[in-house]
Design a protein. Structure first.
Ligand code: SF4
Length: 362
């Protein structure tokens, strides 16, 4: 049965593209503190402003009633809290909300809130478009336009947080929306510093996952960063020939180099690795693929997430049949692989990355 989907029109206007005000979410607390000091304000004002924005969910300086009115006006002249607009909101009865965000320069990205029991998970984008070119993905069809700034990634998080009831809190973050997070690592790490800070969103790194197609030098940088986020590597094929067809960037890298980097990350972080595998009917769902995948993962401390493919209009790939899904699963389980077949939450609302943006452009 197809469940009803509710799509709402644009909710908030974006700032005008020639608005010179700074995006407050691009500023860290100490830079804001320096700015306030120059204005003759005490350092604790920066903490107060952060508290309003990240914890009390304020979207305007006017709401910050413990700041002097003159300071609120001065802040409003210098900064905006939200710099983008929501150009579409699509809600599914399974508790999934998907936002299409229009950036100040007209670019669009997507982000998703998933409600599951007490979990309130969000999936956010890190780039406009994507250069990795996975052949089954709507986000990569037109290549990459640019990296998102720290403020633009944080704004997605705050917009999704604002959809929660007052007593609800965000519990998990997944960097798995549009784009390759490790290709924008500086801004992603700066964003996650705020996400995990008790003065920011206060989400433990154990509940934050960075997803990647596998860029070994960037995985090594992440190892050196010293914060143990979860790492999810999108594998999608168990051998290089097929993987290069599905994830073209693999040609220059190769599965072995990716697994070696993932192993180094595990050694440093102690965090169990996750491998993602989009199951495409008739492409990578054979018995041979399942056997080869089991051989790759058998000796690793890892979880394998298998995601039966969501149809993307205009792309030739098929959802695997229930029979091939259960056969694939049986082989992996028999070989002792820790495997989960992920529910397709939100599939009614184009929750595969890049689909909402693409459908709106069509
Ligand atoms: S699946 Fe992810 S990495 Fe691949 S093209 Fe799409 S957004 Fe990029």
């Amino acid at each position: 049965m197809t469940l009803p989907v509710v799509t709402l029109p644009t909710e908030t206007p974006s700032i005008h593209s020639d608005d010179q005000r700074q995006h407050l979410l691009d500023w860290d607390q100490s830079s804001l503190s320096d700015w306030l000091k120059e204005k003759g304000q005490p350092a604790f004002r920066a903490k107060q402003i952060w508290n309003w924005v990240y914890q009390k969910r304020a979207t305007s300086f006017e709401e910050m009633t413990n700041l002097p009115k003159t300071l609120r006006d001065e802040l409003d002249r210098a900064f905006v809290i939200f710099k983008a607009s929501q150009s579409a909101i699509t809600s599914s009865p399974d508790g999934t909300d998907k936002l299409l965000i229009r950036l100040f320069d007209g670019g669009e990205v997507e982000c998703v809130l998933l409600r599951d029991g007490t979990r309130r998970s969000i999936c956010v984008s890190s780039q406009v478009g994507c250069a990795m070119g996975c052949v089954f993905c709507a986000s990569g069809l037109d290549g990459v336009d640019r990296n998102l700034s720290r403020g633009e990634i944080l704004e997605q998080m705050l917009r999704l947080q604002s959809r929660l009831q007052a007593e609800e809190r965000l519990s998990h973050i997944v960097m798995m929306g549009m784009g390759e997070p490790l290709a924008n690592l500086d801004h992603v790490l700066a964003t996650l510093d705020v996400a995990r800070s008790p003065e920011g969103l206060g989400i433990s790194p154990r509940r934050i996952t960075i997803s990647t197609v596998g860029l070994p030098p960037a995985i090594d940088r992440l190892s050196k960063h010293g914060v143990a986020y979860n790492l999810a590597v999108s594998l999608h094929a168990p051998h290089d020939e097929l993987r290069t067809q599905l994830v073209p960037v693999n040609k220059k890298i190769g599965i072995k180099a990716i697994l070696d980097a993932a192993d180094r990350y595990f050694d440093v972080s102690g965090r169990r690795l996750t491998f993602e595998y989009v199951l495409l009917g008739g492409v990578n769902d054979s018995d041979d693929c399942a056997e080869s995948l089991a051989s790759l993962l058998r000796h690793r401390t890892a979880m394998l997430n298998v995601i039966p493919y969501n149809l993307v209009s205009g792309l030739p790939y098929k959802t695997p049949s229930p029979k091939s899904i259960s056969r694939f699963k049986e082989i992996l389980v028999t070989r002792g692989i820790n495997v989960m077949f992920r529910q397709r939450k939100g599939s009614e609302i184009d929750a595969a990355c890049g689909q909402l943006r693409r459908n709106r452009q069509a």
